[in-house]
Design a protein around this ligand. Structure first.
Ligand SMILES: Cc1cc2nc3c(=O)[nH]c(=O)nc-3n(C[C@H](O)[C@H](O)[C@H](O)COP(=O)(O)OP(=O)(O)OC[C@H]3O[C@@H](n4cnc5c(N)ncnc54)[C@H](O)[C@@H]3O)c2cc1C
Length: 310
């Protein structure tokens, strides 16, 4: 009798669907190793494509009912303890190139770390990228989240964005088509960004270096950057600072299990040791409840919570 194919694990099924795949498939990859909070369960299968054609081939042959999620450097993610069913895509080195171009432009791969983009722009005398020096994510995450700091947002630098959709088709989005708003892009959720053309302005290298030093100073003195955290937990509600609302609700230092509201910056949750994904999410929901009770304001999660409960 033929074995029932639905009883096969996804990790066993996929190779036969994509015999010419060149990238790397890893079954049961622990996501806690790949996310800043260091919590959460595994990805059923992790895929790191060899290049854009490989990604396109993979997606064109992946059955439509297999759940798919893309991660970058995991600095804005809370992975739940049961992990992620389906495939998680993570772009690696083949997508990490940064190329300075004429006209104060940069062609940037989605896996390039924001900090490296800031440094490359500085070396090329291109201003407008120093804010990336303090953001610990990748350009893919920045394009999706409209990452920003110190008065500049990703949307101010984007000329166009390249990606591959769920059907495997290569797509290009203009800045307007990215539908940018505060920490949000309304580009189709199924698109995996592979890179972008970005533009700054000609600037003096010494001035850029001074700007980057100021960014680093701010981070080191105001944010728990050496902790296991996901950055700002909640978006700033219109007309408010999330941290002030959290502080006023008495949540600074509040702890559930191994998760704590940072004493240093109370819009940051931290894993003080041994936290589970559930500890962090429960703490976040408790903060939302107390803030609502105290100020009437409903905080909205900025951190992406992904996966299933244990
Ligand atoms: C200490 C600390 C400080 C931070 N400071 C800031 C700050 O000042 N400003 C700020 O905006 N953020 C900040 N963050 C949050 C975070 O760094 C940013 O949101 C960053 O852009 C996320 O990038 P990432 O590669 O880590 O993405 P991930 O956290 O891995 O993913 C975030 C989102 O992007 C999507 N995504 C990632 N890659 C791709 C891709 N290639 N294609 C499509 N979608 C993709 C994911 O699906 C997910 O929805 C901070 C985080 C930490 C831990």
């Amino acid at each position: 009798m033929q074995p029932n194919s639905s009883a096969q694990s996804l990790g066993d099924r996929i190779p036969a669907l994509v015999p010419d795949l060149r990238g790397k498939l890893i079954p049961a990859q622990p996501l806690a190793d790949l996310a800043w909070f260091r919590v959460g369960g595994p990805a059923e299968v992790l895929f790191s494509p060899a290049d854009e054609n490989d990604l396109s081939y993979f997606l064109a042959n992946l059955p439509a009912d297999v759940p798919l999620y893309t991660i970058g450097l995991g600095s804005n993610l809370l992975v739940r303890d049961g992990g992620l069913p389906g495939v998680v895509i993570r772009l690696g080195k083949p997508f990490a190139a940064i190329e300075p171009l004429d006209g104060a432009r940069l062609r940037v791969g989605a896996a390039a770390a924001d900090k490296r983009v800031a440094l490359t722009a500085e070396e090329a005398g291109i201003g407008g990228f120093a804010f990336y020096f303090g953001i610990p994510g990748s350009i893919g995450g920045a394009l999706r989240m409209n990452a920003g700091a110190h008065g500049t947002e990703t949307c101010q630098r984007v000329v166009e964005v390249y990606g591959v959709d769920r059907s495997g088709a290569k797509r290009t989005f203009s800045n307007a088509e990215m539908g940018y708003a505060y920490r949000h892009s309304s580009a189709p959720a199924d698109v995996i960004f592979t890179g972008a053309l970005m533009e700054g302005f000609a600037a003096d290298k010494a001035e850029i270096r001074a700007e980057m030093a100021a960014v680093a100073e701010h981070r080191e003195t105001k944010q728990p950057i050496k902790s296991r955290t996901g950055g700002s937990t909640f978006k700033n509600p219109p007309g408010h600072s999330a941290w002030k609302l959290i502080d006023a609700a008495g949540c600074r230092g509040l702890q559930i299990g191994g998760a704590q509201v940072s004493e240093m910056h109370c819009n940051f949750l931290i894993n003080v040791g041994g936290a589970t994904g559930a500890d962090i999410e429960t703490l976040g929901e408790e903060v939302r409840r107390r803030v609502k009770e105290n100020s009437g304001v409903e905080l909205e999660w900025e951190i992406k919570r992904i996966g299933v409960a244990a």
